[in-house]
Design a protein around this ligand. Structure first.
Ligand code: GLC
Length: 720
């Protein structure tokens, strides 16, 4: 297809329609020519709909086949639609939410799950995936923590790049490759007070050091699309932020792919108080470099006037349309508008055994053991288990679970019954809202009786799916009072109780952690959550997840993150009572569970890290190695994540007390020990100095090779 000739043949109206994206309910009205409902609300004519460039929200191959066929009959230029969807952690086979996938510290399983999601998406007709979401998160109150891989920019950069490659495969050449869209550009996760859509405001230092790098990593990994975010960044809404898109993304980074807005965010610049009307929205957005307008129609209605008034140049429209046509060409849509869409293959691959197995493995690896005082694992010969609590009998897919259906997901009680067919697995409470259980005396009495009767108890608590995700921030991230009471009563009835948490964010567990002998989180584990839970509880697989977001004692510590600054008055130690230091009088500074933390059914001993040399010459290209010997000191095989941290002790800008710069997952048999060696070079010590240059400054550093961000002894290194 000669897209330049195609562009030349298009009218301005047709170009503007190509730059517009509407939900399938708008396009798939069924009433081919008359404009009803959502379309009417957007002020669209049948011609606008006929020439639309893309749609979002399609669900099945059958729907896509019908829509694409109908569209090509109507579109005057016969340009195929792009079908876009939020496939955040699986299409029909759902694996753990990204905050759980991040906890695997396993780029291979993250990649494999993205390949699986891409395949199920492609056969269902999806061509663009609104993922990866790489927003850095530091505030446990924010509902969209569940979509992120956590609080570290370096780690999120790696995971974001892996996801882009997992979706796009070998540059979209594969049958099941789909285009990825990195979001939300930029710094959406810094929503003030952890309240979704709230304003974000930060120094360049923080922006460049923490909030920006992962988007850059996705661009460098070849992501085809970038989505701008709802938030105002330092006073300018990202939807119309010319510096952010044209100067930084396109100018400095050289991104020439497609930029799409978030849902209706153009209009929302009016609410921000940045513009007065929708015509100004169109002007700000197109001059802010956004090619596709999602679910609003300002381009359609105002662009011609803006061009006539000289506020927008035709070349800008042509460049935007060319980027969209180029993506369609790259996806091969002109030759084959349906690509891999296939009702037969959709039925064959979605939820197939191979995919369910991968989803279960991912759920097992994402789970993090937080506390275990002699309760887990349960014996394979156990005769009775009481599964109690509001989430005992429901599938837990989490927000953004696409075509996943919790009815197709394995609950904890089902997983245990399948794993232990000869044991008595009782279920009490089962599936409720998680807010009122213990106030229901009958239920409470039943729970206590069930706990007394059983050899062990699994208490399934935490958050229901709707307490996290978009628009679902919480001011209090502790367990609801009813659940805390249930823990106390059930543990009193049977001390052999483990608390299984489902959560879409870090929870504040400071006031419950001493009320039960075992706690672990499965996040929102997806289709095979219950079978993964059973394997973990019985020790058929070991826990090897490690947190990528700090878990606070109390929500009042938010935002809390490991790579904090030391301050001028650091608190001398967790139990210090010294006054006039940076502290709370009613809560520790440190998190309850730090970044990188995770227990196992075995134990590991870390030796003292050894540096091959204690100096590194700046500009020499030299490397030193940091080695640490790790031993499995327990009785079962286990996997741990050895984490490399650095600290720049004195610099021209104050630096974090620790910064992750490497990691290695190792699996050791009982008694086995292994030496892990990291190569340390100058660029690992660099940061964005006041001049804007990324460089390492000479001076002293501390390095750790540790099991989490709060452990280990530092070794000194000097950059000379
Ligand atoms: C939403 C989300 C964004 C998503 C888009 C399309 O509002 O902010 O992440 O991709 O709309 O569903």
């Amino acid at each position: 297809m000669d897209i330049y000739a195609l562009l030349k043949s298009m009218t301005l109206e047709e170009k503007l329609a190509q730059m517009s994206q509407y939900g399938t309910s708008v396009l798939d009205s069924g009433a081919a020519d008359d404009v009803t409902g959502p379309a009417r609300d957007l002020g669209l004519t049948a011609e606008h709909i006929a020439a639309a460039g893309s749609t979002l929200g399609s669900g099945t191959a059958e729907q896509v086949i019908a829509m694409q066929k109908a569209h090509l009959e109507k579109d005057p230029n016969k340009i195929p639609l792009l079908f876009m969807r939020d496939v955040i952690h699986g299409y029909r086979t759902i694996y753990p939410i990204p905050l759980g996938m991040g906890a695997t510290w396993d780029e291979k399983i993250v990649y494999d799950c993205c390949r699986m999601a891409a395949k199920e998406s492609a056969v269902s007709g999806i061509t663009v995936n609104f993922s990866p979401m790489v927003d850095l998160v530091r505030d446990c109150r924010w509902g969209r923590n569940m979509e992120s891989t956590g609080e570290d920019a370096w780690y999120n950069s790696r995971m974001g790049a892996v996801m882009v490659k997992g979706y796009q495969g070998d540059d979209l050449k594969g049958k099941y490759d789909i285009a990825a869209c990195v979001k939300h550009f930029a710094a959406y996760g810094a929503a003030e007070s952890g309240r979704d859509y709230n304003t974000t405001d930060m120094s360049d230092y923080t922006f460049y050091e923490h909030y920006l790098p992962a988007y850059r990593a996705a661009v460098d990994a070849g992501v085809e699309m970038v989505m701008t975010s709802f938030n105002a960044l330092n006073g300018v809404p990202c939807a119309g932020n010319q510096w952010l898109v044209n100067d930084l993304l396109r100018g400095e980074w050289g991104f020439d792919g497609v930029v799409i807005s978030d849902w209706n965010s153009f209009y929302e610049m009016i609410n921000h108080g940045f513009i007065e009307n929708s015509k100004q929205a169109a002007e700000k957005a197109v001059n802010g470099g956004t090619d596709i307008e999602m679910m609003s129609s300002t381009y359609i209605h105002h662009m011609k006037a803006l061009i006539d008034e000289g506020k927008v140049r035709k070349e800008q429209i042509d460049r935007a349309v060319l980027r969209i046509l180029r993506l369609k060409e790259k996806l091969g849509l002109f030759e084959n508008p349906l690509r891999a869409t296939s009702v037969e293959e959709e039925a064959k691959y979605c939820l197939c055994e191979e995919h369910r197995t991968l989803a279960r493995r991912a759920a097992e690896q994402a789970a993090v053991l937080l506390k275990n005082e002699g309760v887990l694992p349960l014996s394979e010969n156990i005769k009775s288990i009481a599964v109690i609590g509001p989430f005992a009998a429901c599938g837990m897919n989490g927000w953004w679970s696409c075509q996943g259906d919790t009815k197709e997901s394995v609950s904890v009680v089902d997983g245990l019954r399948a794993a232990l067919p000869h044991a008595e697995i009782t279920c009490t409470a089962g599936c409720t809202d998680g807010l009122h259980d213990s106030s229901n005396d009958t239920m409470l009495e039943k729970a206590i009786a069930a706990a007394r009767e059983a050899e062990a108890v699994i208490l399934c608590l935490g958050e229901q799916e709707g307490w996290s995700g978009e628009g679902n921030s919480r001011a209090d991230v502790g367990l609801p009072a009813a659940q805390k009471e249930l823990i106390r009563h059930v543990v009193a009835a049977n001390p052999r109780t483990a608390v299984l948490l489902f959560n879409g964010r870090p929870l504040a567990l400071g006031d419950v952690i001493n009320d039960a002998p075992a706690f672990f989180t499965m996040w929102q584990p997806g289709t095979e959550g219950g079978s993964a839970a059973a394997n973990l509880l019985l020790g058929r697989v070991n826990f090897n997840g490690h947190l990528t977001m700090s878990f606070p004692y109390h929500v009042g510590q938010a935002p809390i993150y490991y790579n904090r600054m030391n301050t001028g008055r650091p608190k001398p130690g967790d139990d210090s009572t010294m006054g006039y230091v940076s502290r709370y009088v009613d809560c520790p500074n440190a998190p309850l569970f730090p970044f990188g933390y995770g227990l196992s059914y075995t134990t590991f001993a870390y030796g003292k890290p050894i540096l091959s040399a204690n100096t590194l010459k700046k500009g020499s290209g030299e490397q030193v190695t940091l080695s640490v010997t790790v031993k499995n000191t327990g009785y079962v095989a286990g996997t741990t994540v050895v984490q490399l941290y650095i600290r720049d002790l004195v610099a021209s800008l104050v630096r974090p007390v620790r910064e992750l710069r490497g990691y290695e997952r190792i699996t050791l048999a009982p008694g086995e020990e292994r030496t892990v060696t990291f190569t340390v070079e100058e660029d690992m010590l660099a940061f964005r100095t006041e001049s804007g240059k990324i460089e390492a400054e000479t001076g002293d550093f501390h390095l750790w090779a540790a099991s989490d961000a709060a452990s280990g002894e530092p070794v000194p290194l000097t950059l000379v």
